[in-house]
Design a protein around this ligand. Structure first.
Ligand code: RAM
Length: 918
């Protein structure tokens, strides 16, 4: 085969020329077809979805040169090669992710079947396997269903600070004709729902659907239920739990806690027959309900109580006698716009076998899962009708082996299961979750055995896409703790912690953490949804809260927490090449920047802050916050530095969106703010900012406020300050967001590594050595006041995880979405081995290296249709071999230059084994 194609890309100022090679026998294929980054896109909320695919190839230098997409309205047409909705024909393009659908206009309910084939420099693929998506109900008039519910409690309920509300069970029976072709169910169940058709549960989602500000947006789910229905009598059953709709603490602090109301639902089942006719079953007052079922109460903070003796077998099947059930009431809609859920559902993602069970006192046992987690316990139990098992959850134990619950505040976190008796019973709660490692079990009939319990780990179904392992055990343990911390706190929104009476989506915790997380989990849709939550919580004057959805009312106006709105939009673009959040939110972001400027900026200094450098290691072990002013950083300095940094991002967004006037405004703003910042906080004699904390110096240095001539001196002050702290961390939530990357960028990755691998206080390793299996809220989490001391909080991770991937493993995107990479692992004494991989939208990237005193071996994988500049540590080009050959003899590798002890090489896709012998 002849060379087919040569293409040029502009990469970090270099022209790379990745020319194709002749692999006549190259096997090239297509995989992972995705629509809107969702693996199962049913009932999506857009008629202009974006399509992506991955190319697989056993040849190096495989680059797409053209593609053809076919979209058909039926699988048969697609098989026959008829793209009746869209035939893109051959499009000469290297783009393989986020291709905008450009076929016939789609409408509500459109079913789309699609496939793609690509031409590459190494040959042409056959058509991919087919994939599908469908469109949801886009117009309000598509909805014929009515909201039903019951806007009051019952005798056994209580609407008080510690609310108790039983689950509501709804059912409807109906007849269907023969010849069912297709049936689709659309459902909203607030706060949470379970859906059954003819006795079978639909879907494997749990804690469905996603939390929002229900007065702004209400998410519906779509299910294909064709296979569950039959001609004749059918039944639908739903169970409604409280979730965040009926809040956990009603009538308690009305100014602080948002209340929505009693659980309610909307359901529409659309049935199509083979003869072309249609039938629709909707929620209305023909449904029956009861609140007197087995789930007696469900409260996210306090737990779930289930009385199996109150079960009513067959309630969700046809033929059940519901004559003593109540008639469903028509109720007010929650107020928010009906939107399709476009982020992954929550599922049981993992299970854990407990490691021990021990008797605490008569009839009371302590179960240890060995891992702090969020989810619940599934229990097997056999006993008499009416036996009650109580499960209480906690993160740690007291010295006397009792649960330590002081840090849960007033969350009762107690599940109670009442047995129906007879055969073995298996149970777990469904509308609440807990954050815990230990479970206290009391009232269990007989002797509970380890095998009777299983931890079920519950979080958003985001695939794990990163792997990071080093030769350092403590760093590996920290990574493990971070991994568990991150997943524990995905609950349809990023919450701060999963255990105490809080669990709130605090913005500041994710400012930079979300970037690190994006290397570990495919969180693109998740964070895109959260940006919508944030936008919906913006006040008309522009103010953005610290918690969004604003279940807690915290419009405190500061730069660091709300600023996450802008940082996350940038993250989604960089990591996933998703430009939509920037387009969608630009106006609201700008409005917020203007609001903060007009209201709080004086002489180009932002005069308002709230949290400072939250949670620095304090001067004494029991404190939550340092009182010693030399440890804290001036809040106005932090706010102003963030204003500068965020203006830079707004400038970048304005360039992307072709808004030249805004580009000028934000550029001028940056200049003015930067100047005022240096005038106010920089001491030219000592090169120290303000009171010389690491954070005070690091923010201006890393953000580029520090004049070029002073950067070395400022960096020296940072290093001196860290040395003064015996090479330990002294930053809180804010400083830690830039620390590891800052130290690395200015030439001290070794110091960053020291901080990352410390085991003495304060450090992530200290937490691990004190038994932590997640990350703590406080550096001194083992000694501090329990009032604010969660053991599963991830805000103190700062930029650690991003740094692990970007700088330690050396996997970085140049622009958006890893089409072009910079592979530049930091070389650190004492770090001998890295084993890292990351699934980009193009496919897997790998960076595995081993360093000995006389050699450096580095395995690199770059996925098809992307390219990289690799930085191999070497004194000169000749020292570097690949696969045992000198690089000058390998045509796939283009030497670019020598730079700071690195041979910089340009490579395209494929596997490479670099070696340097010293
Ligand atoms: C606490 C939580 C949260 C943090 C806020 C400011 O309630 O620790 O994570 O963002 O404070």
């Amino acid at each position: 085969m002849k060379r087919l194609f040569t293409y040029l890309i502009l990469l970090a100022g270099f022209i790379l020329n990745c020319s194709g090679n002749c692999y006549a026998d190259a096997r090239i294929g297509l995989q992972n077809l995705k629509c809107e980054m969702l693996s199962n896109p049913l009932g999506i909320g857009t008629i202009k979805p974006r399509l992506s695919w991955q190319i697989s190839s056993d040849a190096r230098n495989t680059n797409q040169v053209a593609y053809q997409i076919l979209v058909a309205s039926t699988p048969e047409k697609l098989t026959a090669g008829q793209g009746d909705l869209w035939d893109s024909h051959k499009v000469n393009s290297t783009e393989s992710i986020m291709i905008n659908y450009a076929g016939k206009p789609l409408g509500s309910r459109a079913a789309c079947y699609w496939k793609v084939r690509v031409w590459t420099n190494n040959g042409t693929t056959t058509w991919s396997k087919s994939a599908a998506w469908s469109v949801g109900l886009l117009n309000p008039t598509d909805w014929k269903a009515k909201w039903i519910g019951c806007d009051h409690g019952f005798a056994w309920d209580s609407v008080s600070k510690f609310s108790r509300l039983s689950a509501r069970y709804y059912r409807r029976q109906f007849d269907l004709k023969p010849g069912i072709k297709k049936a689709t169910a659309y459902i909203v169940g607030l706060g949470h729902y379970e859906l059954y058709v003819n006795g079978q549960m639909i879907g494997d989602q749990v804690l469905a659907g996603p939390p929002t500000d229900y007065t702004q947006s209400v998410k519906y789910n779509t299910f294909d239920v064709t296979g569950y229905l039959k001609q004749g009598g059918n039944a639908i059953g739903t169970v409604l739990g409280n979730g965040r709709y009926f809040t956990m603490r009603p009538k308690y602090k009305p100014k602080k806690i948002k209340e929505f109301g009693f659980p309610k639902m909307l359901l529409q089942l659309e049935v199509e027959y083979t003869d072309g006719t249609k039938q629709i079953i909707i929620s209305d007052n023909n449904w029956h309900f009861t609140a007197d079922g087995p789930i007696r109460t469900n409260n996210e903070y306090d737990g779930e109580e289930y009385d199996a003796a109150k079960e009513f077998p067959g309630w969700n099947k046809p033929g059940f006698d519901d004559s003593n059930w109540l008639k469903a009431e028509l109720v007010q809609a929650p107020g928010g716009k009906l939107d399709a859920q476009m982020n992954e559902p929550i599922r049981i993602m993992d299970t854990i076998k407990p490691i021990s069970i021990s008797l605490l006192k008569k009839d009371t046992w302590i179960l240890d899962l060995g891992q702090n987690m969020a989810g619940w316990i599934q229990m097997h139990v056999k006993g008499n009708r009416g036996d009650k098992v109580t499960l209480r959850y906690a993160e740690t134990l007291q010295a006397n082996n009792e649960l330590y619950i002081a840090n849960l505040r007033d969350a009762k976190v107690t599940d109670v299961y009442t047995l129906k008796g007879g055969a073995e019973e298996i149970w777990h709660p469904v509308f609440v979750y807990h954050g815990f490692r230990y479970v206290e079990i009391s009232g269990y009939p007989g002797k509970p055995e380890l095998a009777d319990f299983e931890g079920q780990v519950v979080y958003d179904a985001l695939p794990t896409i990163g792997h990071f392992e080093t030769s350092n055990d403590i760093v590996n343990k920290i990574y493990h703790n971070a991994y568990w911390g991150i997943l524990s706190n995905y609950k349809g929104m990023p919450v701060d912690c999963p255990q105490r009476n809080e669990r709130m989506p605090w913005l500041g915790d994710r400012a930079v953490g979300s970037l690190g997380e994006s290397f570990v989990f495919a969180n693109g849709n998740f964070y895109a949804k959260w940006l919508d939550d944030i936008a919906q919580s913006q006040k008309t004057d522009g103010s953005i809260p610290d918690v969004a959805p604003a279940y807690w009312n915290y419009y405190s106006d500061n730069m660091t927490w709300p600023g996450t709105y802008i940082l996350v939009a940038d993250m989604l673009y960089r990591q996933f090449a998703d430009k939509t959040p920037i387009e969608k939110h630009y106006t609201s972001m700008k409005k917020w920047m203007d609001y903060m400027r007009v209201k709080y900026m004086k002489n180009n200094i932002v005069t308002k802050d709230k949290y400072g450098d939250w949670c620095v290691p304090p001067e004494s072990p029991e404190l939550i916050h340092a009182k010693d002013s030399s440890l804290n950083t001036d809040g106005q300095l932090i706010a102003t530095a963030y204003y500068y940094h965020l203006s830079g991002l707004m400038q970048k967004f304005a360039v992307m969106l072709h808004k030249p006037a805004d580009v000028r405004v934000f550029a001028a703003m940056q200049q003015n703010v930067g100047k005022a910042f240096n005038d106010k906080y920089f001491d030219k004699v000592t090169s120290k900012y303000s009171n010389n904390t690491v954070t005070a110096n690091l923010l201006p240095l890393y953000f580029g406020i520090t004049p070029a001539a002073n950067t070395r001196a400022v960096f020296k002050n940072i290093v001196a300050k860290i040395n003064e702290a015996h090479d330990h961390i002294s930053t809180g939530v804010i400083g830690t967001q830039w620390l590891m990357r800052g130290l690395t960028e200015f030439g001290r990755p070794d110091l960053a590594w020291k901080i990352a691998s410390n085991t003495t206080y304060p450090s992530w390793g200290y937490m691990a050595n004190r038994g932590a299996t997640t990350i703590w809220e406080l550096w001194n989490g083992d000694t501090a006041n329990p009032a604010m001391n969660s053991r599963n909080h991830i805000m103190l991770l700062g930029d650690l995880i991003a740094w692990f991937y970007q700088d330690v493993a050396g996997i970085k995107t140049v622009n958006a979405g890893f089409k072009q990479l910079i592979m530049q692992p930091a070389i650190i004494n004492g770090l001998d081995n890295i084993n890292a991989s990351y699934q980009t939208a193009y496919g897997p990237v790998k960076s595995n290296y081993t360093r000995t005193k006389d050699s450096f071996n580095w395995h690199v994988t770059i996925p098809p249709n992307s390219s990289a500049l690799v930085y191999v540590p070497a004194k000169n080009m000749d020292e570097v071999t690949e696969g045992g050959k000198k690089i000058s003899a390998i045509k796939d590798i283009k030497p670019v230059k020598m730079e700071n002890g690195r041979a910089v090489l340009s490579i395209c896709s494929g596997d490479y084994d670099f070696e340097v012998k010293y």
